[in-house]
Design a protein around this ligand. Structure first.
Ligand code: FES
Length: 563
């Protein structure tokens, strides 16, 4: 607690951990490159440097606040210093800004403009590094790296993976996987959180837009889209629409206009997932199967368990992810020659997640020797496709998805938030759908801000112990406790990204606290306004089980490996 003077104004502070936070609280957007509120302080870029009343300069992100401090954030000395830092960074940076995919939201480019850097007086002495295209999800371009270390810390601190690190020193310093290996050969889970915190395009999404445009232009191809829950709450802000509000109807309209033949909603297969996963859970509880049951919706979490805790591989649910279930079902639907006509069917899924690009390369997501999903495009790629099309997105009339896979329940929509899968399972386990029952489920501990949430719910005479965890570093802590016998659960819902899919690695970057909250709230609002709240009450799901899926549930909805 105390007061400091910032640029001549008194500002009170309470528990802010550094001077930078208080400067921001005072409404001053001081430049930063290496500071990230969810990561440890690195103090490398020095852009946040401020000056005190004795002329001493220091990095505000690394300085603890003290009562009575007097600081200045915008003196002539500071402006010169910041400009010089940016100029030096630009000198060592590949400057193909006009064609760079982060051109519109590159923090370095924005700072150069903001600080009035008009030329670069220094020679680039860095060698040109090869790009790493080895990952199915991301591309690494060391020539655009400014050594802020955000990706290194995100991978280590948020995800506990350490696929990236610093190598060499001084002007030779570079970020890369250990021993200069390709990223695909590391324990990288493809979550894309390194890309989310990267201020430039040193790490970017591996794009598949061109392949999808080609398919849309091919008269012999039926292009079918599916849209995941978390995508609909991340797109609107980019077009000036309210932050976090679901724009599903406008997205459907945009995809129809682009030429997608059918547009479906992944929430219907989230409903299928709930039914299948609940059945599997109850079967394991009744028959002494492997527990805890580990959810299987998030491919980065599944890969993490398989790589890091292989003895728990068989605890992972055999259910395909909602993406996998819907794509397999769509492909099966169009195998009927009457429906197929003379066209080949291509399934494109729009996901908030870079790891979904990895998931579709797994053999377990193939049926009858063909891939279930042909291409995964992230929310970021969807936004670019809408912009490429030239649509005035905000004025598009909302449209409904197509039948028979165009409608999901509220339980399916909340899958996009951490805890959503579990909440949907709990809804399935209760016989009624009264407001009171649904409210008591929502308040049982399944929702909340904590990244590890543990609670117990009574069911059929047993206390079902549940853990909802997001962020793989947190997941590691949970799994180690299970491994050591310090914790016992019946069910663990794991999501690789903190807060769940709403903060997936394919979502638009620069999401501050307000955006994070708005995206989650947007999903709960969509659930509030949905007519059907429980997965098992979705009539389209009933129709699928009675028709297309009859006798093929295991083949199309589960992965086929021994469990
Ligand atoms: Fe403070 Fe980089 S933001 S040193």
């Amino acid at each position: 607690m105390g007061t400091m003077t910032i640029d001549g104004r008194k500002v009170e502070f309470t528990d802010e951990k550094n001077v930078l936070s208080i400067i921001r609280k005072a409404g001053i957007n001081i430049p930063t490159l290496c500071y990230h509120s969810e990561l440890s302080t690195f103090g490398a870029c020095r852009l946040c440097t401020v000056e005190d009343d004795r002329g001493r300069t220091f990095a505000s992100c690394s300085e603890e606040p003290r009562d009575g401090m007097v600081i200045f954030t915008n003196t002539g000395k500071l402006r010169k210093y910041r400009k010089l830092i940016v100029e030096l960074l630009l000198a060592a940076h590949c400057r193909d800004c006009t064609t760079c995919e982060r051109s519109a939201n590159c923090t370095l480019r924005e700072l150069a403009l903001r600080l009035g850097v008009k030329d670069v007086r220094f020679q680039n002495t860095r060698p040109e590094y090869p790009l790493d295209f080895s990952s199915p999800s991301i591309v690494r371009d060391p020539n655009k790296c400014i050594l802020c270390g955000n990706c290194v810390r995100a991978c280590r601190e948020l995800q506990g993976i350490e696929a990236l690190g610093f190598a060499y020193r001084g002007t030779d310093a570079i970020v890369m996987p250990a021993f200069g290996r390709d990223i695909v050969t590391t324990d990288c889970v493809n979550c894309g959180q390194c890309r989310v915190v990267c201020p430039t395009a040193a790490i970017s999404i591996k794009s598949h837009e061109e392949q999808v445009w080609d398919a849309l232009a091919d008269p012999n191809v039926r292009v079918v889209a599916q849209i995941a829950p978390a995508v609909r709450v991340a797109v609107g802000k980019e077009f000036g629409l309210p932050n976090g509000r679901s724009q599903m109807g406008r997205i459907v309209n945009a995809l129809h206009r682009m030429g997608f033949d059918e547009v479906y909603d992944t929430t219907i297969s989230a409903d299928l997932t709930i039914i299948e996963e609940t059945n599997e859970f109850l079967d394991r509880v009744a028959n002494g199967g492997k527990l805890p049951l580990l959810t299987s919706c998030c491919p980065a979490w599944v890969k993490f368990v398989e790589d890091q805790f292989p003895e728990y591989e068989n605890n992972v649910s055999t259910c395909r992810s909602p993406q996998g279930m819907l794509s397999a079902t769509i492909k099966e639907y169009f195998r009927d020659p009457e429906k197929a006509g003379d066209k080949k069917t291509i399934v494109v899924s729009f996901m908030p997640c870079t790891a979904k690009k990895m998931e579709i390369t797994w053999d377990r997501n193939r049926t009858k020797d063909e891939p279930d999903t042909d291409f995964v495009l992230t929310s970021t790629e969807l936004i670019r496709m809408i912009k490429t099309s030239g649509f005035d997105f905000a004025t598009l009339e909302p449209e409904a998805c197509d039948v028979p896979f165009g409608f999901g329940s509220g339980a399916g929509v909340i899958f996009g938030a951490s805890g959503g899968v579990t909440e949907a399972v709990l809804r399935r386990l209760v016989p009624d759908h009264s407001q009171k029952t649904l409210a008591s489920i929502a308040n049982c501990g399944v929702r909340g801000d904590g990244f590890i949430r543990e609670f117990t719910v009574p069911y059929n005479g047993i206390d079902v112990k549940v853990c909802v965890v997001s962020g793989l570093a947190n997941a590691r802590a949970v799994m180690e406790k299970v491994q050591n016998g310090e914790a016992e659960y019946h069910l663990i819902e794991g999501m690789a990204c903190r807060r769940g899919c709403v903060m997936g690695g394919g979502q638009p970057v620069h999401a501050g606290d307000r955006t994070k909250e708005a995206r989650t709230k947007g999903l709960y609002n969509a659930d509030n306004t949905s007519i059907i709240k429980k997965s098992d009450e979705n009539p389209m799901v009933d129709a699928l089980y009675a028709g297309l899926l009859k006798g093929k549930e295991h083949e199309l909805l589960h992965v086929h490996k021994k469990h």
